[in-house]
Design a protein. Structure first.
Length: 344
């Protein structure tokens, strides 16, 4: 019996050794093989090695890099509309902010980056106000743009663009996964995507009973308070948030942020008004306090049931764009609905 057990034990050891070798091979396969070429927003972009000096133009792009633990590879950021995601204040303070809004092409190039990430083609794209991707590529600097701003979206008309297909978080997960591959930190990318998916499912369960009963309008801002507001179209991030929670969007437009009159919105009678909160002060209505005052004093909006009954929800503007914060938007709205009792 002893000899049989010894043989059996040796078999287990051998099997374990084979398994460990297999695991090692799998881990080896997960490593990025350079040069790495990806197709991004219709362009092929090639990386000879993992970037060491990245500049990110757009808060969401910056926050994804932070969440992947890559702040030590960053030499500049730009385009901020609110505070950095909680827990990354110290990391953010160590990365130079080239501009709160639009950086100059020269300021970006001066940092000698080996990668430029862009959240919006408005900044780096065919008609980019910072630069066209080709301008960076001529200097040997690869550009990676968030798929959320180009897949199923037409930005040729300027402004916020027109989204012909609905945004889903899969585009943000693609960005996370591809950036993780570019920097050779795939395991961190997989973990981050899994965490975000789990948070979304948890938020959905909170108000599952409200499915189909509620409607909403998302108010980002207004160029002037006495003209039509910028509200969310059906295909952008707010549309995704509302679909995830079973809430109807009263605005039926493919434009990312169409202007719609308050009289039209009033006729649709939204159950909730979601007001964008941001530090940006390009327009007076960027200030959420100004939004609240307008809603309470304007002859039309003050009569809206959502205003009279106190169903105005503040949401970080970053969550209202197709970003990593969109999951946070789902959580914020689900919590608000639950606390208001509207889900019953």
């Amino acid at each position: 019996m002893k000899s049989i057990f010894a043989k059996s034990n040796r078999g287990i050891v051998c099997a374990a050794a084979v398994l460990l070798v297999a695991i090692g091979v799998e881990a080896q396969a997960a490593e990025t093989s350079y040069p790495l070429t990806l197709t991004n927003c219709g362009h092929q972009v090639t990386f000879q090695k993992a970037p060491e000096r990245a500049v990110s133009i757009g808060q969401s792009s910056t926050e994804i890099l932070y969440l992947l633990g890559l702040q030590d590879r960053m030499v500049g950021t730009a385009v901020w509309i609110g505070p950095v995601t909680k827990g990354y204040e110290e990391a953010n303070a160590k990365v130079e902010r080239l501009a709160d809004n639009d950086p100059s092409f020269e300021s970006v190039v001066a940092k000698k980056p080996d990668l430029v990430t862009a959240q919006f083609q408005w900044h780096v794209g065919p008609e980019g106000i910072v630069a066209k991707p080709e301008q960076f590529e001529e200097l040997g600097i690869p550009v990676y743009t968030s798929p959320a701003d180009c897949v199923g979206k037409d930005n040729t008309g300027g402004g916020d663009g027109v989204r012909h297909t609905v945004f889903t978080m899969d585009l943000i997960y693609q960005e996370i996964t591809e950036l993780a591959k570019i920097f050779n930190v795939q395991e961190r990318g997989e973990k981050l995507v899994a965490e975000l998916k789990a948070r979304e499912e948890s938020a959905k369960k909170k108000i599952a009973s409200a499915d189909g009963k509620l409607s909403a309008v998302f108010w980002f801002s207004s160029a002037e308070l006495d003209i039509d507001p910028y509200v969310a179209g059906k295909n952008g991030a707010p549309g995704y948030i509302m679909r995830a929670l079973g809430i109807k969007n009263v605005v039926d437009s493919e434009e990312e942020w169409p202007t719609v009159g308050w009289e039209t919105i009033a006729k649709s009678g939204p159950t909730l008004i979601v007001a964008g909160k941001m530090e940006r002060r390009r327009f007076p209505a960027d200030d959420v306090a100004v939004k609240h005052k307008f809603l309470e004093t304007d002859p039309v909006t003050s009569l809206l049931p959502a205003v009279k009954e106190g169903h105005v929800v503040e949401m970080d503007a970053q969550a209202m764009n197709p970003t990593i914060r969109t999951i946070e938007g789902i959580e914020v709205l689900a919590d608000a609905v639950e606390k208001s009792g509207l889900s019953k």
